[in-house]
Design a protein around this ligand. Structure first.
Ligand SMILES: Cc1cc2nc3c(=O)[nH]c(=O)nc-3n(C[C@H](O)[C@H](O)[C@H](O)COP(=O)(O)OP(=O)(O)OC[C@H]3O[C@@H](n4cnc5c(N)ncnc54)[C@H](O)[C@@H]3O)c2cc1C
Length: 287
């Protein structure tokens, strides 16, 4: 039987209360949201927090999806299933529907949260590539107040993020622009599995020319889950098959996939090119 080490348990009743509890218990305390990453790690004793700060009572503060001005705001405690069901999010950005349909299974999606996924910082995380493609901003709150961190600076390395031990990720904000299409393409070994490789694409087109591009990659060792060289290549060009194939090649050249149980490195690099091309093609068709 897998049994976690002993820990204290506290249930936060507000964001400031959660931050106060993090301060009280110090760096060995951990936030628990859906628990689908943290609890298995505790059972295997890969994580041994001295205290768990449960934020599941904060859905009023952290569980909303809403358009605010020219941004889509997604609370950190929004469950995968809620994001998938949110017409507000998926009508504006079909990339959320594409990705959430293929993240894990309904049991994990009913409990796992957007914030937990991003804070886990797994190098194969689907939503990390999605939010990188969307040029989102992470809103982080701590004892000193609220700060905004571009999602492309959020992931500092495998399982490392910009969230300090006494801080909480509270929200993701995504710019909403007219003339924008988005899509996500993933190859997995079986339904509900982590990606062998996946690519997200977000394109804004004005007067027949790409004016903004976002390309996110996961599971292929792309720094910050992004492909800036491919984005640079796209801007200023018409959204056509030639540009999308070239962007796929450039994205694949600049990532660093590693061989593992999901496949050899050259296969993953091939997927990075092909999935980028397909995601860009679908995104352009949705504008
Ligand atoms: C069987 C299975 C299959 C899966 N398949 C996939 C898949 O195909 N693709 C994919 O992308 N993911 C997959 N996952 C991962 C799943 O999506 C995440 O584990 C889960 O959503 C993490 O969210 P959580 O709310 O459960 O986080 P938790 O386990 O509660 O927390 C994870 C980490 O984030 C921290 N944290 C959580 N919320 C916050 C916050 N608001 N502020 C600061 N820190 C916070 C915690 O302290 C902890 O360190 C799978 C998981 C399982 C169990």
């Amino acid at each position: 039987m897998q049994v976690p080490a002993t820990f204290a348990y506290e249930r936060a009743d507000s964001v400031p209360h959660a931050i106060a509890l993090l301060e009280r218990y110090g760096p060995d305390a951990r936030i628990v949201a859906g628990g689908h990453s943290l609890i298995p790690m505790m059972k295997l004793r890969l994580a041994q927090p001295e205290a768990l700060i449960d934020i599941n009572g904060l859905a009023g503060e952290l569980g909303r999806v809403a358009v605010e001005g020219d941004e889509l705001a997604i609370g950190a405690l929004v469950r995968h299933a809620e994001l998938l069901d949110s017409a507000t999010a998926t009508d504006l950005f079909p990339i959320f529907r594409d990705a959430e349909r293929v993240i894990a299974d309904p049991i994990v999606r009913n409990r796992g949260t957007v914030g937990g996924s991003l804070c886990q910082g797994d190098p194969s995380e689907d939503l990390a590539a999605v939010f990188a493609a969307l040029h989102a901003t992470a809103v982080i709150q701590g004892p000193g107040g609220v700060r905004h961190v571009p999602i492309r600076d959020f992931h500092r390395g495998p399982y490392e993020t910009a969230v300090e031990p006494n801080e909480l990720l509270i929200q993701l904000r995504v710019p909403v622009r007219p003339g924008t299409g988005s899509a996500y393409e993933k190859v997995e070994r079986r339904v509900g599995d982590w990606p062998v490789a996946a690519a997200g694409a977000v394109l804004t087109v004005e007067d027949g020319v790409i004016t903004r591009a976002g390309v996110g990659l996961t599971a292929v060792g792309a720094e910050g889950f992004r492909a800036p060289e491919a984005e640079e290549l796209l801007v200023g060009r018409p959204p056509d098959a030639e540009a999308f194939a070239a962007a796929g090649r450039v994205a694949a050249e600049h990532c660093e996939p590693h061989a593992d149980q999901r496949g050899p490195a050259d296969y993953k690099r091939h997927l990075a090119a092909e999935l980028t091309r397909r995601a860009l093609t679908t995104a352009a068709g949705r504008i």
